[in-house]
Each structure stands twice: as structure tokens, then as C-alpha cells.
Write a protein of this length. Sequence first.
Lengths: 307, 500
Amino acid sequence: MLAVDLLLTLAALATAGQCLLLPGLFRAVTNLMAFGLVMALIWVRLDAPDVALAEAAIGAGITGALLLTALGQLPASQRQLQHVNYRFPHLFIPITIIVLFIGSLVWAAMLSLPKLGLVKEIAATLPYSGAEHAVTAILLNLRGVDTLLEIAVMLCAVAAIWSLQQAIPPPVLAGVNYPGLTTLARWLHPLFLLTFCYFLWQGTHAPGGAFPAGAVLGAGGVLLLLTSNIEWMHQRAYNPLLRWLLSAGLLLFLATALSGFLMTGTLYGLPPPLAGYFIIAIEVATALSIALMLMTFYLFGRPGNWP
Amino acid sequence: MIQHLIVLPVVLPLVAGILTLRSRQGGTRSKRLIGVGATALLVMIGIALLVQAAGGEVSYYALGGWQPPFGIVLVLDRLSALMVLVTAVLALGAVVFACGGDDEKGSNFHGLFQLQLMGINGAFLTGDLFNLFVFFEVLLLASYALLMHGGGKARIQAGVHYVVLNLAGSSLFLIAVGVLYGATGTLNMADMAVRISELPAERAGLVTAGALMLLVVFGLKAAILPLYFWLPRAYAAAPAPVAALFAIMTKVGIYAILRVYSLLFGEQAGPLAGLEQSWIWWLSLATLVAAAMGILAARDLRLMVAYLVLFSVGTLLAGIGIGSVEATSALLYYLIHTTLVTGGLFLLAELIGVQRGKAGTRLVKGRPLKQGGWLAGLFFLGAIAVAGMPPLSGAIGKAFLLIAAEGTQRLWLWPILLGGGLCMMIALSRAGSTLFWRSHGEAAGEVLPRRQWFGVVWLLGASPLLVVLAGPISDYTHATAVQLANPQSMIHALLDGESP
């Protein structure tokens, strides 16, 4: 297996390097997507399949598609902007320094990695947390506030995009008709839904949960958005609904925090017998919100201008 | 009920933010009411927290009832209470100013403003390193959006610069937190302090690497010398109320340096104690020099104010570099002064620019100002305060700091700080005479709305107030510095007697 690991490391470094060094934005983007896939494989090798799936969906899929679409918006003259004449030492020296720095850090970290984390303490609290899996317990109960804030961060990102410009209606493959593509995306969607449900269900006892689930569903949604237009997201009448759905995860989180306050006297203090139900409710709502937020990134601006 | 006060600076802006983000454009009136109301309430909460913390007791709030070290805690001590109050006062001036019309130039201003406040307050209150990262993310993302509020090429260009740099900073932050967690096995800062003091020697290198990476991140946020180049353009391009609020953002970096290094690498840390000191001292002096040159070279009032922010960052960092209790006390006094006054100057620059019409804030001949007398008076007040001339608060803060420097430190700090003051005086008087005296043609334009005047007067008025109340305030900052120098009290309060 060592050979596979080494190969993966080399592939990661190579794609990352090509992403930085090759001229042409298009090549950089495709290399970035390849890098995302390699990273996903690395996560699999590190026994973190949930992270791997999120990485594949977000790192390779969603980011890549976002960048490609952005590239499509650029005038053709600017797509080849990177024609700077890189001389060898110019980039070689800083990159070597950075690689050596990170490499030595990782090396030092591996050599002196202690086993004194909080694993034992957290295992002791699991029965009171309402989740069977430590990661879920940490994400949604012990450090639930962090997750709540991350959802707020994503909401901020949506607001940031919306404040830039009006939404750009998706190209829907302008003028060119590929009937197979649309159909394929629609047929594939149930598969995404199924994976979504599986991850949500799995999250209670094994790696998985809201973030990978949301990422997968979001990736499926983006595929739909790119191949066929989802009209309601652009329509003015549905705009309030869209806003409600986007903030649903955060609102439910907040409601949980406040009801925890009412029941136990501390903010986000979930009473142990009910904690499991709260966690499931939050997982479903945040996963849906995340999926929808990832999709709204693809509107490239504030929707709601269609009658 | 009183212990729940600690979470309010985080929860209140979050609720207000969601309320205002939810609805589409229109309903400006209700959004303004929510925005101003929530911010005014924050000022009151800030005062209550300050009163609570003034006794010297460190209190904390365990979110979800999970006790430290694995739960997230919000910690209230003198420093965090002070920072929360300063933020709220600054934000009130900025948000009222924005209600004069700036909030309508783009969408979602008030919602993002509140979320930004949540991030800033959370960063000041949290006692957990990873949670600090999360709050940094919140405040950064909200600030990206606010920076580009209203659009325009210059803003988006400066914004992209800012986004990319800060994303790099964020990933470095994450790596640093990971390294520190790997080396110490905890994320709670008080717990980490205890574990660092008991650290086996072979892991010291790892902790040092993590700590210095954190210094880079906080240095980027605070805009220390090699990492400040994003600041002038971003601040000069931002809409005025946002730039005013950003006056506290560099102080988030300063605060983080103060908090993390005083707690984790205080005297109890043994060989690792004070590992950041010498770096910060020399870099701060270099930052001061660079900022002074920037102030002299600026051809635009907003850009000049941005460099004034940078100069204040250098001054504050020099205080950290000196490291004594007196210096910390001085820098905290100076921090209150500089945050409010530079915030006020950003707002004032906008007013001047609006009245000068096409010439804007560029330092060229333009049309005379319609309300020139009032604006010039306020400019005079702000300039004296920020340049550190007596009798306003800048002079007092600087004097405290100059006295706090000892031995050879004086040889370096005195000439640079005083020379920088001279540069500021030259640049500001040149700017003032260009803006208010070198004019031709007829005064035109509209009378400025009262809300905008309020914002400027509210913030610049803090300077005389700081002089009048200099006694009690410097007593408070001194007590704060003493508390910071004795991290044991916080460790004790949080870990309930676990500390040595």
C-alpha cells in the first residue's frame, strides 16, 4: 500500500504544481479539479470516507464547476491572462521553501504526535450527547455552536454573492441542444437523493452526517442547474420561500439553542433524553440548507427578477 | 440572569442579522430600526458587562453546559468586556451614519453588519482556539460582503485582494490550530496554557511552530509590516460606515495577539515564554516607519486615514513589544482612542468627499464646501486627536506609551513615534488647507443629513471624553493589564482549581 500512498502524494503535488504553474486559466481549473479528486482518494486512504465524499463533491465538483462557469463569463481575451514568462528560479525557490516547510512540519508532527487528545473524555460524554458517533456528537452537541456559526458563515457567503449583482440566468447550453445530458442529470438525481439520505442516516452511528450529505445533494442540484434550468429559483414569487429555505438550517439551530436555554438554563444545553431528536432535526435542516446554499452559489447573484 | 449576559453580544446580533437578512429589499425603515436598535442595545450590554468585569472576577459561560476543556466557553474578563464595549460604541456611530443613505446603495447592509458584529464580539469573548477561528471566519465573510457593498470596480478589485489574502490566512490559522491541538491535545486556551507549562521538551518545537504560525495569521489581521499591503486600498475603497467599522478589525488581530500570547506563553510557559516579543517589537517599529511614509505620500484623504489606521497598529504593536504592564495599560488606552477617532475620520472623509462633489476626497483643488465651517472644525478636532497633539486623547495615550518604554527601547521608540507624529501633523495640515481653503467656484451640493453628522460627532466626541475621563479609564486599563499579566486567575476560574 505504500506504493499507492506515495503515488497519491506525488499526484497531489503534481496537480497542485501544475495548477499554479501552467499557463492558461482553463488548465489551472481542470488541474484544480483533478487535485480535488486526488485529495478525496487521500482521505479514503486516511480512513475518512465522509470527508472524502465531501471533498470530492465540493473540492472537485462544485468548486470546479463554479470556476469553469466563471471562466465562461470572462471575455475570451482574458482567459489566457496567465502568459507571464515564469523563469525557473522565480517560482522554484518559493515553492521549494513552502513544500519543505510544510513537509518538515508534517514530519515533526508525525514524529511527536502524542495520544493525549480529548478522545477519552468525549467517549465518556457520548451517552449524554444523543449521538452514537463521536464526530456527530462533537459537531452537533458538544461543539454545536461552532457548527451553527459555520452555517452562518455560509449564509454570509450567499449574502455576499447576492450583493454583488443580479443573478445570471444559467446558460442552459445556449442554443445547443443536448437532450441526453438533461435527461441523464434528471435520472441521476434520485441517486444523489439516495446517497443524501444514506449519509444522514449513517451520521448517527458512523462517519457521515449533515455536511457530506448536504455536499452530495448540493452537487446533484448543481448538476441539474447546469443542465436544465430550475426556474422557481429565479422567480420573484418564490424569492421569499428561497430565503426562508436558505436560512432554515440556521433558524432551526438557533431555535434549538434557545429551546435548550429554556429547558436546561444554558444556551444550546440539550437535555440528554431529547438530544437525539434535536440532533436529527438539525441534521436534516442543515443538510438541506447546505445543499440549497451550494446551489444558490450558481445563480451568480441575487435572483428574484423574473416575474 | 446576569451570567447569561455574556452570550448576548453574540446572540443578539445573530438574531437581528437573520431578521434583517430574511426579507428582500424594501422595508428599509424596519431594517434600520432593527439595526440601530440592536446596536444601541449592544452598547448597553457592553456597559453592563464592563461593570461586571470591572470587579476583576473572570466569569465564563459554558455553551451547551459542557464544561471546559471540551465544551466551548465564552470568557469575560476586563479585556474582553472593554473590547466589546468599544466595538459597540464604534458600531453605533457607523450604523447611524449608514442610515443616512449608505445602506441603500446595495442589498443586505444591515444584516451583514450585524453578522459582522457577531463575529467581532465572538472573537473577543471566546476562550477556545478553534472557536476563535470560527468567529474569524464569520467576521471575515461578513466583511468581504460589506467591503463590496454598493459595488464598483475599485471596491471589487480591492475586495478580491482582501479575500484571497485572508483565505490564505484562514488556512494557515487552521493548520496552526491543528498543530497546537496535536501537540497539546486540547483547544481550550486555558487548558492549553496549563498543558504548555507542563510540556515535555521534545514537543516544544512543534508548539513554537504553531505559535509563530498563529502570529502570522494575527499579524495579517492586525496589518503588521510585511502583511499590511492589503489594508490601505481595501479601507480606502470600502463604503464609509464599513471602513469605520473596520477600524476595529485590525484591533481584533491586536486583541488576539494579546490574549493568546499572554495566556499561552506567559511566564508559566517556561522556555517558550514571550517567544513573540522580539518579532513584534522590531516589526512594529518598521510598520510605524512605513505608515508614516504612507501618510505623507497619500494623495487622497481616505487613503491617508487608512495609513493612520496602520500607524495606530504600529503603535499598539510597539506596546505589545515592550511587554510590561505599564505598556499594556498604555496601549489599551490608546486602542480605545484610536479605534473611535479613526472610525470617525473615515466617516468625516466621506462627508467632505460628498460636499466637494467631483473632486471627492482627492487632495486637489475643488469647489468650496457648503457646510465647510462645521466640517473643518470637526476635521481640526479629529486631526489633533489622531496626530497625538495635546490636549486631546491621542497625546495622553502616546505619553503613557513613551513613559512605559524602558532603557534602549526609548532610543528606538521615542524618535520614531514622535517623528511619526510630526509626519501626521504635516500631512493633515496640508490636507486640511487643501480641502478647506484651496477652492474655486461656487459651493453647491446638498445639506448633509443629521444622521451622518451624529455618526461623526459621536465618534470624534469620544476623544475629549477620553481626556475628561482619563483617570478612571487609565485605572481600568491598568487593572486590565495586571489581569492579563496574571493568566493564573483565568486558568483558575475556568478549570476550577486544576491549575498548579
